[in-house]
Design a protein around this ligand. Structure first.
Ligand code: SF4
Length: 330
């Protein structure tokens, strides 16, 4: 699949460093992360827990916990750097231009406020509409995510909906403002498998209809395969491989990506065994020197104790591995 390299970038994250100050020391959560999302493009961010996926989303939206800080780097959204913007300036971008859907729909909805209020409040905050117009937009949005009898059910409270329906409501609320970029952080992890598939289908459908840039954060490669055109693989607070989704699955060029693919039952079933990635996800207080995957990598050599640069392999495929050109021999 051809990449859209020539098209303007909706989001460009460049050499981003985000650290957390803790009692045990400085956690280097993001260590020079760079990636991009094109207009209208569904992009996946994949990796194990603790690899920096969610911190990246929090950094972009500037909703980091109090002990978190962007130390360096740029986050260009539609060409403008978001780093250093005031809260007031970010408030105009959050929701209106960049929408976020989180994992847990219960905590994202206020249990004592009806859905109509929770939706119209956000719509009126960002759009010049009166109460009736805001309500109409909210109902249309609920319709778009297949909430049955949206016109009457909009006056219900969150507990009157199932988990899957609540997540649909969050999708509706996020997309009611017609943002340019939707950041979906493990949007279906808390749901059971059948409901997950329904919610993902709705997100995919709306992404296409609204020509949305989608940054889908997940640890699930099956979701990546289903939903995205391009993928950035995270490990230990760094991007270690970037490729079209097709290339990533057919010709992974980083040992960590290979290990991730081998750990999916459906992939390893072809090999007749279920593999797990040996070793532990790196601690980001005093992380491993050099390539952060080297303590777990079967191909590590002495040079891997130095940091590998991202190598462009063509067709938008890039990998950060000293031995990328020798992997076929191993
Ligand atoms: Fe493995 Fe070395 Fe490549 Fe890191 S740089 S992934 S340790 S071979």
């Amino acid at each position: 699949m051809a990449l859209k390299d020539k098209k303007p970038k909706l989001l460009e994250v460049e050499d981003l460093y985000t650290y957390f100050m803790t009692e045990s020391g400085v956690v280097e959560a993001l260590d020079g992360v760079s990636f991009d999302v094109n207009y209208g493009e569904p992009v996946g961010i994949v990796g194990e827990s603790g690899c920096g996926k969610s911190v990246t989303a929090q950094s972009i939206l500037q909703i980091l916990p109090r002990n978190g800080k962007i130390m360096d780097g740029k986050i260009r959204f539609q060409g403008h750097d978001l780093v250093g913007l005031t809260d007031l300036q970010m408030n105009k971008i959050r929701g209106r231009k960049i929408a976020l859907i989180m994992q847990d729909p219960l905590s994202a909805l206020n249990p004592v406020i009806s859905i109509d209020e929770q939706m119209t409040e956000v719509i009126k905050l960002h759009q010049d509409v009166d109460d009736n117009e805001a309500l109409e937009i909210a109902i249309q949005s609920l319709d778009a995510v297949s909430i049955p009898e949206a016109e009457s059910r909009i006056f219900s409270y969150p507990h009157e909906f199932s988990g899957g329906m609540r997540q649909r409501i969050l999708v509706a609320r996020a997309l009611a403002l017609q943002p340019e970029l939707l950041v979906a952080d493990e949007p279906t992890t808390a749901l059971d498998v059948t409901i997950q598939a329904q919610v993902l289908e709705i997100i995919k459908d709306l992404q296409k209809k609204q020509d949305l840039g989608l940054m889908l954060i997940t640890h699930n490669l099956g979701v990546i395969a289903e939903m995205t055109q391009r993928v950035h693989v995270f490990y230990g607070g760094r991007v270690v491989e970037t490729a079209t989704t097709e290339d990533l699955f057919s010709t992974p060029q980083h040992p960590y990506t290979r290990a991730l693919l081998s750990s999916i039952p459906s992939f390893s079933a072809e090999k007749g065994r279920l593999e797990v990635i040996p070793g532990f996800v790196p601690q980001l207080i005093n992380p491993p020197k050099g390539c952060r995957f080297h303590p777990r990598c079967p191909w590590a050599t002495e040079i891997c104790k130095t940091k590998p640069s991202m190598v462009d392999l063509g067709n938008g495929h890039a990998t950060a591995c000293h031995h990328y050109d020798k992997l076929e021999e191993y």
